[in-house]
Ligand binder design. Structure first.
Ligand code: KG4
Ligand code: ZN
Length: 336
């Protein structure tokens, strides 16, 4: 079965073709970063309009790459939520129209389920059950994953997401948008130990997170008299250290608490090299293995949506109405 995946939940148009027999056949991504850059963040209306321009040309591109035609498709998967309402509606309406025209089933996919299952696209995927650390721009959650659609929330952020903490700190430091990769780059030349930042909820004895206090500490540091641009790298390194220390500690605690031996890291912040280094060092010491998606499938992409859609083919809708869920709780999903 051949599934087309369409991701339009935020500022990236991702399109991919996944075959249940041969795996991922082709994928393409258009990032709107340049367009939103001058506004310092994503402008929802501009995002929707741009997705409209990109979806069909990228669809043609992935079909050409795979040497296939629209009529070869067996199903179309799109991101149903969570995300920006207008942006989601673009993917949902194009997917549904294509499905109607081709008389093939259409599958609405939960964006976070896409992220969560992305490591299964790798050549040596983890078996179920596993613990998943889901760290994106809007979500920070630890889940117990027993199978597709069988998710138990173990802990989550009480305020800002880890990606948001990266983005907001970067903004305060004048690093622009998107902040995570920019801050991580700057941290490479920074020296640790020159700033003291909190490790929020590190010892809270649960699996929840809180990152909003961190940006206040960063703001205070940037306003200190002795702060100058030369010290931005030191502060960047310290911010990255604080966020990744808490994420790693809680992920290991989740492994301990559940007794599971596999940890999957998914979502944009999963691309962070410091986080990966910490987990890859600490997890084996407790007999656990860590699994990551390829870097390009950590951040938003069409491959994860095509794959999650393929996992839910039996649930594909035969009728061609559609809806989107700008807010959507992952733990409420049911197994296919
Ligand atoms: O999963 P994602 O692409 O989109 C959402 O679903 O939100 O995650 C985007 C988030 C942003 O906050 C971005 O700054 C962060 O992931 N991010 C990073 C890195 N790459 C992306 N944060 C830290 N280090 C990175 N290398
Ligand atoms: Zn995402």
């Amino acid at each position: 079965m051949l599934v087309l995946g369409i991701e339009t939940s935020c500022d990236e148009t991702g399109i991919a073709l996944y075959s249940t027999e041969s795996g991922l056949l082709s994928h393409a991504l258009y990032s709107q970063v340049r367009m939103h850059e001058e506004y310092g963040g994503v402008v929802p209306e501009l995002a929707s309009r741009d997705h409209i321009r990109r979806v069909l040309p990228l669809t043609r591109q992935v079909l050409d790459q795979a040497g296939l035609a629209l009529t070869d498709l067996n199903a179309i998967a799109y991101t149903e939520g969570p995300g920006l309402a207008g942006a989601l509606l673009v993917g949902a309406s194009i997917a549904t129209s294509l499905g109607f025209a081709l008389q093939c089933p259409v599958i609405g996919v939960h964006h976070l389920e896409g992220h969560l299952l992305a490591p299964l696209l790798e050549p040596a995927p983890p078996d179920f059950p596993f613990v998943a650390l889901l760290v994106s721009g809007g979500h920070t959650q630890l889940m117990r994953v027993d199978g597709v659609g069988r998710y138990v929330l173990l802990g989550e952020t009480l305020d800002d997401a880890a990606g948001e903490a990266f983005d907001k700190s970067a903004k305060l430091m004048g690093l622009g948008y998107p902040g995570g990769p920019a801050l991580a780059k700057m941290a490479e030349t920074g020296r640790l130990g020159r700033f003291k930042l909190p490790r929020p909820m590190l010892r809270s004895h649960d699996l929840n997170f809180s990152f909003s206090g961190l940006k206040t500490a960063v703001l205070t540091a940037t306003r200190a008299q002795e702060f100058d641009m030369a010290r931005r790298a030191d502060l960047a390194a310290e911010v990255q250290e604080a966020i990744t220390e808490v994420l790693a500690a809680k992920s290991l605690a989740a492994l301990q608490q559940t007794g599971l031996e596999r940890l999957v890291v998914a979502g944009g912040v999963g691309a962070n090299a410091r986080l990966r280094a910490r987990l890859s060092l600490a997890a084996p010491k407790m007999g656990a293995s860590v699994y990551y998606p390829k870097l390009e499938f950590c951040t938003d992409n069409g491959a994860m949506i095509a794959f999650a859609g393929a996992m839910r083919l039996q649930h594909a809708k035969e009728e061609y109405g559609f809806s989107v869920h700008p807010r959507w709780d992952l733990a409420q999903l049911e197994a296919p």
